[in-house]
Design a protein around this ligand. Structure first.
Ligand SMILES: *Cc1c(COP(=O)(O)O)cnc(C)c1O
Length: 464
């Protein structure tokens, strides 16, 4: 009864993010009421293994009393104060110091925001401001990648490379260019993976020449592209990009919103790939999603210029470094260190997930099963031998996602790519359960598709 009331009120008053409102009104929302460990519970009594850690963020899992305590203690002490007028407070200071200690050695400053999108808005303004202060005001172009996700504010979506987002509410922010993504399964199968990785890096260099080095401010990329489909680049890609960037005076912005805080088995994805970013936007796992907080870690080169030559930086948010959010983030990082979560991902549960996840690659519906650390993806295909995709109109990814939910697993779909990003604290038994449920969902998806494909026109579809 309660469920129906919530559903109705939700339909009548609540505009969800990234949602087709009419379709949701017809189907009704799932009402998630509580959670513990790696499981969420809905109002109808279902217990569901959260293979997405919320939205790539609940890294320490649900129900961590220490984080609840940190928030309530801080809210009693000082629920809010800003850091605008030459003021600060202990949680923001301690969090800044801790973050810079965990970050690569040349990163010693942080600018706090309320989210990953705000972090990337900050990146855009900071990068262009840096070059203006360096006496190179023409260096304004930022090169990003197709299908990248950098948030949903105007700067965030402009930096991102999602065509459907660009098509709504534009025009996008000027002087942002996009180059091809290192998505071998989707776009590179005419070449060997390593050759394809180098082709993508060459495309970046070609674009730098096209725009003119003197006009290019920065290159921004996620270490592993998350929302775009858990795109793990070929091993050749990042070293080749590093070589390209070394030839030009262009800042490197590594968006660590998903890869940061242990997801790839290092504190930051940059460390996994041996990158030396000038700026690192962070959010999500910073607080394990318990409260909203993000930031931009700033390397010495940019920070020195901002500090020494900058004067006032006219930028900031009411909730920059919010005390309760900062206190929770700080406790989150302390727990990660005390429980050696990053090492666990690198040495134990990451390799275990990789081994178990790879078994799904044998399924007739799966063209590729890939994973790195605690990120995994499956490419659903109509013809395994030819790695031919289903027609888009079938919506196979969404079908599989819905079946997963019904079976008790959250697995997200982007086109026909299925993705997981479970809490970093997931146990081996829970990984086994995740893989078993994913396998059952693939079986059920195949059953429901049987006979349907032949009536649809076959085409070589890649995602838009
Ligand atoms: C989620 C995400 C963002 C945006 O973060 P929000 O907190 O949703 O604004 C930016 N970059 C990446 C890589 C993300 O995954």
């Amino acid at each position: 009864m309660k469920t129906e009331i919530y559903r109705q009120l939700d339909r009548e008053h609540h505009l969800h993010p990234f949602t087709d409102y009419k379709a949701l009104a017809e189907e009704g929302s799932r009402i998630v009421t509580r959670a513990e460990g790696v499981y969420i519970h809905d109002s109808e009594g279902h217990r569901i293994l959260d293979g997405m850690a919320g939205l790539w963020c609940v890294n320490l899992g649900y129900g961590r009393e220490e984080l609840v305590e940190a928030a309530s203690e801080q809210m009693r002490q000082l629920p809010y104060y800003n850091s605008f007028f030459k003021s600060t407070h202990p949680p923001a200071v301690k969090l800044a110091e801790t973050l810079c200690r965990l970050a690569p050695a040349h990163m010693n400053h942080v600018f706090f925001t309320g989210s990953g999108s705000e972090a990337n808005d900050t990146v855009l303004r900071m990068v262009r401001r840096f070059w203006a202060l360096e006496g190179k005001p023409d260096k304004q172009w930022i090169i990003s990648r197709e299908n990248a996700y950098h948030g949903s504010t105007v700067a965030g979506m402009s930096l991102g490379g999602m065509a459907p987002m660009h098509a709504q509410g534009g025009p996008t922010v000027p002087k942002i260019a996009h180059v091809r993504q290192p998505y071998w399964f989707g776009e590179g199968r005419d070449s060997e993976p390593e050759a394809f990785g180098r082709e993508c890096a060459a495309a970046l260099e070609a674009r730098i020449h096209e725009l003119g080095e003197e006009n290019v401010a920065a290159f921004i990329a996620e270490p592993v592209q998350g929302a775009g489909g858990a795109v793990i680049p070929p091993a050749s890609y990042w070293p080749a990009v590093r070589d390209v960037l070394a030839r030009y005076d262009i800042l490197l912005v590594v968006d660590e919103v998903i890869c940061g805080f242990g997801r790839l088995g290092e504190w930051f994805g940059s460390q996994h790939y041996g990158l030396e970013p000038d700026l690192m936007p962070v959010a999500k796992g910073l607080s394990s999603g318990y409260l909203p907080i993000g930031g931009v870690l700033v390397g010495d080169r940019v920070a020195d210029t901002l500090i020494e030559r900058g004067g006032e930086f006219f930028h900031g948010f009411t909730y920059s470094g919010h005390p309760a959010c900062a206190a929770v983030a700080l406790k989150n990082l302390e727990l990660m260190q005390a429980e050696a979560i990053v090492e666990r991902v690198r040495d134990d549960i990451g390799p275990y997930l990789a081994k178990r996840w790879a078994t799904l690659g044998e399924h007739p519906l799966v063209g590729e099963a890939r994973s790195l650390g605690m990120v995994g993806a499956l490419e659903l295909v109509a013809d395994k031998a030819a790695a031919r995709r289903f027609p888009k109109s079938l919506g196979v990814g969404n079908l599989c996602r819905d079946i997963c939910f019904d079976l008790g697993l959250v697995m997200r779909s982007v086109g026909d790519t299925m993705m997981i990003s479970p809490p970093l604290v997931i146990t081996r038994d829970e990984v086994d359960e995740l893989v078993r449920l994913a396998g059952e969902a693939l079986d059920e998806t195949a059953r429901r598709l049987a006979g349907r494909e032949s009536v649809e026109p076959i085409s070589e579809e890649t995602r838009s």
